[in-house]
Design a protein around this ligand. Structure first.
Ligand code: HEM
Ligand SMILES: *[C@@H]1O[C@H](CO)[C@@H](O)[C@H](O)[C@H]1NC(C)=O
Ligand SMILES: CC(=O)N[C@H]1CO[C@H](CO)[C@@H](O)[C@@H]1O
Length: 326
């Protein structure tokens, strides 16, 4: 009799410890399909895809808007939807209208999800899932997006994003601080295979490069220079925009056309063009042009970008409206 009690007392905690060690740690981790079975009868990823696809049919520039939104969210204080909070300084550097439409789409997805399973899906994950869907819709392949992010309590107050004339070397450092390799960087800048830039971000290259009084010598084709100068007259308002992928057949398609263009010295932003010329990255760019698996490689790099400084487990919260903390 007396021996049974200690055994039981000893056995019970052992079982509890075993169960505890099987449960996921509270810090959590991103995983593919995190929301499976967590949204009642609804399937989170199909709900997201439904709303996104309907919006894309009305407006294909949402591909670029969301890609850029996801990049900004992740690079500024991590992929935690801090960028969506009202009061975030980000609005200042957002291109008029373009990014704003991205915010609307995230809100529309959120409203739909809250109807099916309130308080379950984070805004940070909605950005990641919606971006995966726009990339897929635009021909970029369907990568296995990871989920399980949670939302930040504060807006991002330090907006520390690279500018269009950052050097390749400095850009490598900016990406490396976020655990992204040079190869990841070369693929991720391929996000510029869609979307536009306002003239203000590169007009110096057309007229007065580094105060030389002339154009950037890397724009070696006079017809191309003339074409860009027509799109961005010297006295033009900065609301003029130019496709970042100058192959007009491909300006809305996620493919390696951006890399092919910069290989032919038809880049728009200085950093884009330098990527194909700088000894630190030019071989990687040639490799992207040579390969036929851009969709897959870009997707792998997007998955890595989606891991930057995420809040998981019991950190952060699940916002009920993406523009405000609970
Ligand atoms: C060194 C890194 C980067 C720099 C300096 C940079 C800079 C810029 C600039 C100046 C614009 C034009 C914005 C405007 O006219 O308002 C732009 C647009 C864009 N960027 Fe980047 N970018 C970088 C990396 C990325 C990455 C990693 C992605 C996505 C994976 C991305 C996706 C986009 C897209 C899609 C647009 C077009 C937005 C639209 O048309 O609405 N960029 N970028
Ligand atoms: C980079 O990876 C390390 C190790 O996994 C991690 O501790 C760190 O938080 C990551 N940094 C960012 C910015 O995500
Ligand atoms: C069509 C549209 O929404 N235009 C807006 C674009 O952004 C500018 C500046 O923020 C607004 O003044 C326009 O109304």
């Amino acid at each position: 009799m007396s021996t049974k009690i200690p055994l039981r007392l000893h056995g019970l905690p052992t079982i509890i410890i075993l169960l505890l060690s099987l449960a996921p740690p509270s810090s959590g981790a991103l995983e593919v399909g995190f929301y499976k079975g967590k949204c009642g009868f609804g399937d989170v990823e199909s709900i997201v895809q439904g709303v996104v696809t309907a919006a894309l049919k009305r407006d294909r520039t949402l591909v670029a808007a969301l890609l850029r939104l996801h990049f900004h969210d992740c690079f500024v204080s991590g992929c935690d939807a801090s960028l969506l909070l009202d009061g975030s300084n980000s609005e200042k550097d957002a291109p008029p209208n373009l990014t704003v439409r991205g915010y609307d789409l995230i809100d529309a997805v959120k409203i739909q999800l809250e109807k099916t399973c309130p308080g379950v899906v984070s805004c940070a994950d909605i950005i990641a899932m919606a971006t995966r869907d726009v990339v897929n819709w635009a021909g970029g392949g369907r990568y296995n997006v990871e989920t399980g992010r949670r939302d930040a309590f504060q807006p991002a107050n330090i907006i520390d994003l690279p500018g269009p004339s950052i050097s390749v070397k400095d850009s490598i450092a900016v990406f490396s601080k976020r655990n992204l390799s040079v190869t990841d960087m070369v693929y991720l800048l391929g996000g510029h295979t869609v979307g536009e830039s306002q003239c203000i971000f590169f007009k110096d290259r057309l007229y007065n490069y580094k105060n030389t009084g002339g154009p950037d010598p890397t724009i070696d084709d006079p017809f191309f220079l003339n074409d860009l100068q027509t799109q961005c007259p010297e006295d033009s308002g900065d609301e003029n925009t130019v496709f970042l992928d100058q192959n007009r057949m491909s300006s809305f398609i996620v493919d390696n056309s951006f890399h092919r263009q910069i290989s032919r010295q038809r880049g728009i932003l200085e950093i884009d063009q330098q990527l194909a010329l700088d000894p630190l990255t030019k071989d990687l760019v040639s490799n992207v042009v040579f390969r036929s698996d851009f969709g897959f490689k870009f997707g792998q790099a997007m998955i890595k970008m989606g891991r930057i400084q995420v809040l998981t487990g019991s950190l952060g919260e699940i916002r009920s409206t993406c523009a405000a903390v609970n």
